[in-house]
Ligand binder design. Structure first.
Ligand code: PXP
Length: 242
């Protein structure tokens, strides 16, 4: 069974709307675990738009399941990750003006800088994953750079307007899974997955982890985090490949 990673960034987004101390993403992580999350994911951005340094420290102390830190390769953030020691680091691109992570990391273009960061994080004992588009060149570059895993950007699937487009993206993802596995890497998926669209992705053989944030946090506003996570975990179970 693939792992469900719950991204709690947007709990912190609500807190930061008032720069106060509620809702607490650390509390959200506990509730997510109680709802069946196998992994807690957070993104410590350079601009600290949502998750703060204090959250990262407390998550490290309190999370009992796998802790996955999404991060850019900025030296300040890499130093924090090395100090913190999360179980997994997922390297993502970061732009200040973006609403969320838009598309994957360009591992081909930034190969040397990325390989140095991968090396440091692996020395610190983290498993390192590259958030990339389902593209064979990027997958090859990720393997070369020493990544243990790739997280395939599912935004293309989530944003597809027609069934034809969706099927074309699923075919691309399927090919990318095989390519990454042939390179000896684990394969994760994330971005734009919701209760309504996750089933065909959950049914694909080869994904070892799904990282889902916005849809779960949105649903949690109405049913609570524990219930929202348990509903997503159930969907992943029900649609898992046999
Ligand atoms: N995976 C990565 C690498 C991301 O950057 C994000 C967005 O923060 C997610 C997964 C979760 O995406 P969403 O919030 O659309 O579920």
């Amino acid at each position: 069974m693939a792992l469900l990673g719950v991204n709690i960034d947007h709990v912190a987004t609500v807190r930061q709307a008032r720069r106060t101390d509620e809702p607490d993403p650390v509390w959200a992580a506990v509730e997510a675990e109680l709802g069946g999350a196998h992994c807690i994911t957070f993104h410590l951005r350079e601009d600290r738009r949502h998750i703060a340094d204090r959250d990262a420290r407390l998550l490290k102390e309190t999370v009992a399941v796998k802790l996955n830190m999404e991060m850019a390769i900025a030296p300040e953030i890499v130093n924090i990750a090395c100090e913190l020691g999360p179980d997994q680091c997922t390297l993502v691109p970061e732009k200040r003006e973006e609403l969320t992570t838009e598309g994957g990391l360009d591992v081909v273009r930034h190969a040397k800088a990325i390989a140095d960061v991968v090396c440091r994080l692996k020395e610190r004992g983290a498993m390192v994953s590259a958030f990339i588009e389902p593209d064979s060149e990027q997958i090859g570059a990720a393997a070369q750079a020493g990544f243990n895993a790739v997280e395939l950007w599912t935004g293309g699937y989530a944003h597809a307007k027609t069934n034809e487009q969706r099927l074309a993206v699923i075919a691309r993802l399927s090919k990318a899974i095989s390519t990454a596995q042939a390179e000896g890497m684990e394969v994760h998926a994330g971005h734009g997955l919701t209760y309504r669209n996750v089933a065909p992705i959950a049914a694909m053989p080869g994904f070892g982890e799904f990282n889902i944030g916005h849809s779960i946090v949105s649903r949690a506003m109405f049913v609570g985090m524990r219930e929202a996570v348990s509903e997503m975990a159930r969907l992943l179970r029900e649609h898992a490949p046999s």
